[in-house]
Design a binder for this molecule. Sequence first.
Ligand code: ZN
Length: 327
Amino acid sequence: MNAIEQMDWLAGHWRRLSAHVETGRLPQALLIAGREGLGKGLLAEAFAKRLLCRHPGDYACGQCPSCHLFEAHTHPDFLRVEPEEPGKIIPVDAIRGLIANLALKPQYSGHRVVVITPAHQMNAASANGLLKTLEEPDEHTLLLLLTDSPENLPATILSRCQRLDIAIPDRVQALSWLQGKNQGDAEVLLTLAGGAPLKALQLAEAGIIEKRGEFFAAWYDLLRQVEEPAKVAEAWSKFPGETLTEWMVSWTMDLIRLRSAPHRSLIDNADLLESLQAAARKLNLRSLFAYLDQLQAARRMLSGQVNRQLVLEELLIRWLRLARSPT
Ligand SMILES: [Zn+2]
């Protein structure tokens, strides 16, 4: 089984894409939308490879000269347009370069495939530049626009693309795929990744369960008053604030769940159950809800220009105070 076949949640999308080829009704541009970690990129590349392949079956053959060029990242009819660095915009020069390339005929196969990713990182000038290409269909060229926030693409672009939305897979399906990768606690990883299997795998490879365990231990120690907020905040400020607040939100929500239904076992952080139960006994519901609000506010602040260490220290001091308020 190849990588796409293993991802059950992509199977239906693959069949639909293949049907386009078989009926000779390939769209000019396809927008592949879905959150990070669902396999948009893999799907787009596998489809590009299949289109360019000399002897395709259901998938690319993997044996022909075209497949070899594709695997070596040197296929002349496969073009990628992306920001120079993650998070940066796709400048209009990149789109101009693409248009110049598209003026030439495909060199190798009958087809040519362009992947633009993340498409919402195009600025207005880039999007405008691309619009001209979308308005002048070229039967040899397929444009694949990938994005996790289609709402940030101009309506003019959206209206010229056929759209393929990849949804978060069924949990059982995602877990079975993730368990096959043997990368630690699949349940916890998938929850941390918001249900996105490839994201979960990426988190596992970055040793995120261990890191989260360390952060949780420090958070828990604060409640037991054996750790200093300022010291913890200093250590935490070196880590992405968004992830940290997301974790604290998730822990706090579990505490609320445990506090309102103590015997409930359905919590997000099942591997931390014992400590969370012990913490829940020390806290009251009303202050947990108030703390949740503070966390949400801090999350918004941390995405802007603030002194991260101070914001975190404030959060940790408030957390420490929760233990002192009467239950
Ligand atoms: Zn091939």
